[in-house]
Design a protein. Structure first.
Length: 374
């Protein structure tokens, strides 16, 4: 049975070149970057070359990137230190953020008593910027946390515009860019974000490594303590092979961005056309003009199909999801769709189909044929 992987918003296949790079580092470059002997110096060189390689894609200083284990760690660190060390008294976010942000904000509210305001979300999943401006008109030390590309619907936020709005109101701006790093050009000289985050496994790199961009002189303090790695902001011996793999994955992703984004966009358009043909009553959760790697659809099936649809597709070798992989074992409906859909539509089956350059038209045809049998 041919397997079809259409769950790339959850994680992506590692590129062969990345595996080769990681294997080489694990085999030959096993020194500790903090050691002063030749093995350590060689490892330190790889570490800093990886940092410079990543920084150039965002038009920013290499010293403003801190390596982390993932986007979740980076989000937790930034939000917690903003409240604890930068004395932020209020966080403005939305109810469609990833739980790495939502649950962190809730914990900070309980622990520090900060004010939390949720900006309004439009029915198509877009952030209501007029409401954001209204919220920012109140003079309290504020951090705004809004994601660039929603991981469930693919709705895109204009982070350059949001960053400018935040700057005008003297608010810090943090954006979870996990779904867009490696898949969209992000120029941090033009985008006035104070903090962004990434996870390598979302752009064909290894799991267990990511980074945080922290604008110079931000004042953030460590989440945990130990050695002086990462300018004292992130203790612990760096996972050199993973960092080198992440840098290689990002380099290849941006080198092929134009070609691969066109290929993936064509697949997404083809899927929409096939759904229109076979299931004319289907609806897109979000907008047809959403981010090119993600399509979330409400299918015209009865409610009783909802709980078993993923199982039926999996039995046919097809991997998709109903929402974030971090909550895929939950029987609760998606918190993102809950903000966008009526209670009646929320009970019906929605699927998140997410693509990579490894997908083909045959994959789409296989999915459509499988849906016709449900």
């Amino acid at each position: 049975m041919k397997k079809v992987y259409l769950d790339n918003a959850s994680t992506t296949a590692i590129r062969a070149e990345v595996i080769h790079e990681m294997t080489k580092v694990m085999s030959d470059d096993y020194g500790n970057p903090s050691s002063t002997h030749s093995f350590g110096r060689n490892a330190k060189s790889i570490l800093e070359l990886s940092r410079k390689s990543i920084a150039k894609h965002f038009n920013i200083s290499a010293q403003e990137f801190i390596f982390t284990s993932c986007g979740t760690e980076a989000n937790n660190w930034i939000l917690r230190s903003a409240v604890k060390d930068l004395k932020v008294k209020r966080i403005i976010t939305s109810k469609i953020e990833h739980h790495a942000v939502l649950y962190t904000v809730m914990a900070l509210q309980e622990e520090f008593g900060i004010q939390v305001d949720y900006v309004a979300v439009k029915p198509n999943g877009a952030i209501d910027t007029t409401n954001l401006v209204e919220l920012l008109s109140r003079e309290t030390k504020t951090l705004v946390s809004l994601m660039h590309v929603n991981n469930e619907t693919g709705t895109v936020l204009d982070i350059e515009r949001i960053g400018l709005i935040c700057k005008q109101h003297n608010a810090l701006f943090h954006s979870d860019t996990v779904q867009s790093i490696g898949k969209a050009n992000i120029d941090l000289q033009k985008i006035p974000a104070d903090f962004i985050v990434a996870s390598a496994h979302k752009f064909h790199g290894p799991k267990g490594v990511g980074f945080a961009f922290v604008r110079k002189n931000s004042g953030l303090q460590p989440l945990f303590f130990g050695g002086e790695q990462e300018k004292g902001l992130r203790a612990g011996t760096e996972a050199l092979h993973q960092i080198a793999g992440m840098a290689k994955a990002l380099e290849i992703s941006y080198a092929n961005l134009e070609l691969e984004s066109a290929q993936i966009s064509a697949l997404r358009t083809y899927l929409i056309s096939q759904l229109e043909l076979e299931f004319p009553a289907f609806e897109i959760n979000g907008t047809a003009a959403g981010f090119y790697t993600v399509l979330n659809v409400l299918l015209p099936f009865s409610e009783d199909k909802t709980s078993m649809i993923l199982f039926h597709l999996d039995m046919k070798g097809i991997a998709v999801s109903r929402g974030s992989a971090c909550q895929s074992g939950s029987v609760k409906p998606s918190h993102v769709l809950a903000e966008m859909l009526s209670n009646e539509d929320l009970k019906k089956p929605s699927l998140r189909i997410s693509f990579s350059h490894y997908n083909t038209k045959e994959d789409i045809d296989t999915l459509i044929q499988a849906l016709k049998t449900i």
